[in-house]
Design a protein around this ligand. Structure first.
Ligand code: SF4
Length: 410
């Protein structure tokens, strides 16, 4: 912290706010250590402690010198939202409610499968886009999550799913007056407590992350990209680009920027085969119509379809977008894009105006797409008994959006 900041704080006679290092990617972490007069390699050590070992306190960082640990605890912290509720569904899905400031909270969902574990992460408190079939939208919008609050969902879930590793971390952490093991080693936290890792590339519990929870990730671009840098960073979570997916309703200019800065896998919430239907259920379409959106997707994947996955999300709404004609329209609309199509049975929520298509209709829709050459999957509904299924995440949102205020006064 600069001396000016410290002086200002002491003039006001209150302690300066500590810097939360949880959301710092490698670039920011290195800049932070340089700023406080330390060597940049400390950034790698601290990143590993926070994200691979789940450390929540600098005193646990046994290969960092005692002086530096003390200095860090005076000016910085590792602060994640608190878990206020955990629900487990009969199919093993887990939903956490995490409390933020100002009475807001967000939801994060873990979905275990035979060969992978997926974490569905939120990017905003609520969502301003108002898609008609989405429960989050009905809560309104409060604010963007910080990069720390986004990556914290992965950090918290890893710790909750790996309690034994954490215990091992606690057992292996050296008391502050003893630094005989790995004393101040510059190779990070690799030795001594190897088995205490909460994030281990060979035994990962969370293998995939989808930004598909509350919010539109591309409307919180900078914070989402910094959190994704940490997901991909070898010294943090080390996930491959194929295993991190941004789901977007189609913020076209941000898609172009994303290709340059962080080209992970993409899921487009299309949900309609033409503008007429999409305008009604995804209002953002009026600003960025389907043609512009699909052109932006082509640009995003140009020359690089092997490293990244491209999925079209299509919620099945009875009598709205589920006819055989709609399926043929969709097949012809997507013919230039090498994508997989996910058909999502609509998950109803209180006061929703839509109903889910019949299973027979969904199967017919799938057959048409399949015959047209698309890999098409009907998404299994997971965590339905705890309202953790697609489009059902709600959390608690102190709504600030004009949209809801207008609605309330009408
Ligand atoms: S579907 Fe996604 S973009 Fe649309 S309102 Fe819900 S959270 Fe927002």
């Amino acid at each position: 912290m600069s001396s000016t900041l410290l002086l200002n704080a002491s003039l006001k006679n209150k302690a300066p706010a500590k810097i939360n290092l949880l959301g710092y990617d490698l670039v920011h972490m290195k800049a932070f250590f340089t700023e406080i007069g330390e060597k940049p390699f400390r950034a790698v050590q601290v990143l590993k402690w926070i994200h691979q070992f789940g450390a929540e306190d600098f005193s646990q960082m046994s290969n960092v010198s005692q002086d530096l640990r003390r200095k860090l605890s005076e000016i910085a912290e590792i602060r994640a939202p608190e878990i206020v509720a955990e629900q487990k569904a009969s199919d093993g899905t887990i939903k956490w409610l995490m409390r933020l400031d100002g009475g807001n909270s967000i939801e994060t969902v873990y979905i275990p499968e035979d060969n992978r574990g997926t974490l569905c992460v939120s990017s905003q408190v609520g969502c301003a886009l108002d898609c008609g079939f989405c429960s989050t939208a009905k809560q309104g919008f409060n604010r963007n999550l910080t990069s720390a609050e986004i990556i914290a969902q992965l950090w918290v879930a890893n710790r909750a799913l790996n309690p034994l590793a954490l215990k091992s971390l606690a057992l292996n952490s050296l008391p502050s007056n003893s630094l005989s093991l790995n004393k101040d080693a510059s190779n990070g936290a690799e030795t001594g407590i190897r088995h205490g890792k909460v994030q281990d590339s060979k035994n990962r519990v969370i293998t995939n992350v989808v930004l598909m929870g509350m919010g539109e990730p591309l409307l919180n671009f900078d914070n989402v990209v910094e959190a994704i840098h940490l997901m991909l960073e070898d010294n943090a979570y080390g996930l491959s680009k194929r295993r991190v997916t941004i789901s977007t309703a189609g913020v076209v200019p941000a898609l172009k920027r994303l290709r340059e800065e962080c080209d992970v896998s993409l899921a487009i919430s299309l949900h309609a085969p033409n503008d007429q239907i999409r305008n009604k259920i995804v209002p953002l379409n009026k600003k960025y119509p389907i043609k512009e959106l699909l052109e932006a997707c082509q640009y995003y994947f140009k020359g690089d379809t092997k490293k990244k996955q491209f999925t079209i999300e299509y919620v099945m709404l009875a009598g709205v977008n589920d006819s055989e004609k709609n399926a043929h329209e969709l097949a012809s609309l997507l013919k230039k894009l090498p994508c997989k199509i996910n058909l999502i049975p609509f998950n109803p929520f209180p006061n929703s105006e839509f109903a889910c298509s019949k299973m027979q209709t969904i199967n017919r829709f799938k057959d048409i797409l399949y015959k047209a050459g698309y890999v098409t999957v009907i998404r299994k509904t997971r965590g339905e008994d705890i309202d953790a299924a697609c489009g059902q995440l709600a959390g608690k949102v102190k709504d600030k959006s004009r949209r809801i205020k207008v609605a309330n006064t009408e």
